[in-house]
Design a protein around this ligand. Sequence first.
Ligand code: MG
Length: 158
Amino acid sequence: MKLKAGLGYDLHRLVPGRRLIIGGVAIPSDRGCLAHSDGDVLVHSLIDALLGAAGAGDIGQRFPDTDPAYEGISSLELLRRVMAEVRAAGLTVVNTDSVLILEKPRLAPYMAAMKANLAPLLGIEADHIGLKAKTAEGLGDIGAGQAVACWTVALLGS
Ligand code: MG
């Protein structure tokens, strides 16, 4: 099998009055992501990792935030479209690994639900999806609860 790795990163501002959607799961929080779509930072970093591995550009080119078609759209739907392209290019996902950086709330209780959303779209078992969450130890904008970030590595095979 020929392997290709991709790296994705995303960050969103956190503001009151928005829902916090991570991995397609609505997480109880007093603030959520400011974004054109649902602001799902995990799925956005995952999409960029997949596109990077596939040599197929990035999420901003595919789904411009100036296009009204993507206003409020579920990022899982964007991932479904990207995976259709990945498969059409003769590639399959081997595994993914993500690190979420968020001061609060704790994400551990929601990770099984996130993996259950992502696994069928990626075409892999839930135990091939790595999810980890860290705080920023109170430092910087993330530490102040004003932002959430995510890094993802994806390995594709052909
Ligand atoms: Mg984003």
